[in-house]
Design a protein around this ligand. Structure first.
Ligand code: GTP
Ligand code: MG
Length: 370
């Protein structure tokens, strides 16, 4: 019988791994996140959590995950992946741009930074942070529903002159549901009518308790416009990242998620892939959603050609057969025959989903079509 790790099942159910462990414990099965459970137990859990099975990701149903756990000794520290969320006009783009300006590397190179949907900032102490260009709440939720939990930390931007607004509250709810830690950036403090303390009080009403109010959510007063306290914000991210002890095995076939994709007139289908474990190399054969291919070239966020990309590194990948979708799983496979097989199987699932609205079943979620 096929098996799945608790973590993997949690990802597919878009639930917190800890909640699954708790439920299993109650069912008399003390297991850890990295241990595998059988299909019957998984089915039970899914029922327990009241999931419509169609919420479960179908994007990688045919990849056998039973032996897919990295041993603890193979894990190495990796940069945090950060997403910025918040209400319209509260300064998400301005803050991203301002932070990007802090990048010691792009500052030195002085080159043209290209838009690839994600970028890395190198700090003076040589550590790095990966930022995903704010994908909007819908994209965040959609990715999460598909089991693609790419974000380690959410920066919630709240304009100090405007306070909490509907999309701020939405962002808080999405972040909580995803079980991702949050840092609050109270923005626009240069404005004379800014009221940062009022923001903290409003957050309290939504059970976001910042440190000043006796809670454990870090908050930083910033001005994206005047570039005030950006260093403090980066420090807060680093501190949060340290607490999370983010690690991945760089020495294996790469796996990641498509964060952005498009058809380029000259270069064909392009996708920005965030590598999540393993190292992606030019020449690797891969499947990305219903697309497959061989990495022809990779371009980093500074517009440079690179030969390899490790965990938490975003790269633009050339060599796709068709344009994949944001949120698609990206997986390096052993050969092109296997890649085509997996991709065409996925295409079949997508076609079927389009014509019937039949939900994906647990059976095909576990099936190994190799
Ligand atoms: P959407 O992408 O439309 O949701 O907006 P956004 O959250 O990305 O906000 P954006 O960065 O576009 O900023 C909105 C407006 O607020 C712009 O006019 C910015 O110049 C202004 N703004 C952003 N940050 C600050 C700040 O720190 N201080 C002041 N005074 N204005 C700011
Ligand atoms: Mg914006």
């Amino acid at each position: 019988p096929e098996a799945i790790t608790v973590q993997e099942l949690a990802n597919r159910m878009a639930e917190r791994g800890a909640d699954l462990v708790k439920a299993l414990f109650k069912m008399g099965m003390p297991v850890t996140l990295t241990q595998t459970i059988d299909q019957d137990t998984a089915e039970l859990l899914v029922t327990e959590f009241g999931h419509a099975i169609k919420r479960v990701s179908e994007s990688d149903i045919d990849i056998d995950t039973s032996e897919d756990v990295d041993a603890p000794e193979t894990l190495k520290a990796r940069p945090a992946v950060v997403t910025i969320m918040g209400h319209v006009d509260h300064g998400k783009t301005s803050l991203l741009d301002a932070i990007r300006g802090e990048d010691v590397v792009s500052g030195e190179a002085g080159g043209i930074t290209q838009h690839i949907g994600a970028y890395q900032v190198s700090l003076p102490d040589k550590s790095r942070i990966t930022f995903l260009d704010t994908p909007g709440h819908e994209a965040f939720t959609e990715m999460r529903a598909r089991g693609a939990n790419v974000t380690d930390i959410v920066i919630l931007v709240v304009a100090a002159d405007d306070g909490l607004k509907p999309q701020t509250i939405e962002a808080i709810n999405h972040t909580k549901a995803a079980g991702v830690p949050m840092i609050v950036a109270i923005n626009k403090i240069d404005k004379p009518d800014s009221k940062p303390q009022k923001v903290r009080e409003e957050l309290l009403q939504h059970e976001v308790i910042v440190e000043d109010m006796g809670g454990d959510v870090q908050d930083v007063e910033v001005s994206a416009l005047k570039k005030t306290n950006l260093d403090k914000l980066l420090e807060a991210i680093q501190l949060q990242a340290e607490i999370l002890e983010l690690k991945a095995n760089p020495d294996r076939a790469a796996e990641g998620t498509v964060v952005e994709a498009k058809l380029d007139k000259g270069r064909g289908p392009l996708a920005t892939v965030l590598v999540q474990r393993g190292t992606l190399r030019v020449g690797d054969v891969f499947v990305a959603g219903a697309s497959s291919g061989k990495v022809r070239a990779m371009i980093d966020d500074k517009g440079r050609q690179v030969k390899e990309a490790g965990p938490s590194v975003p790269v633009e990948v050339l060599g796709m057969s068709v344009v994949p979708a944001a949120g698609d799983a990206f997986t390096v496979v052993e050969n092109e025959a296997r890649a085509r097989e997996v991709a065409s199987y996925r295409q079949g699932v997508l076609d079927k989903k389009r014509t019937t609205s039949a939900p994906v079943t647990l059976e095909n979620m576990f099936a190994n079509h190799a």
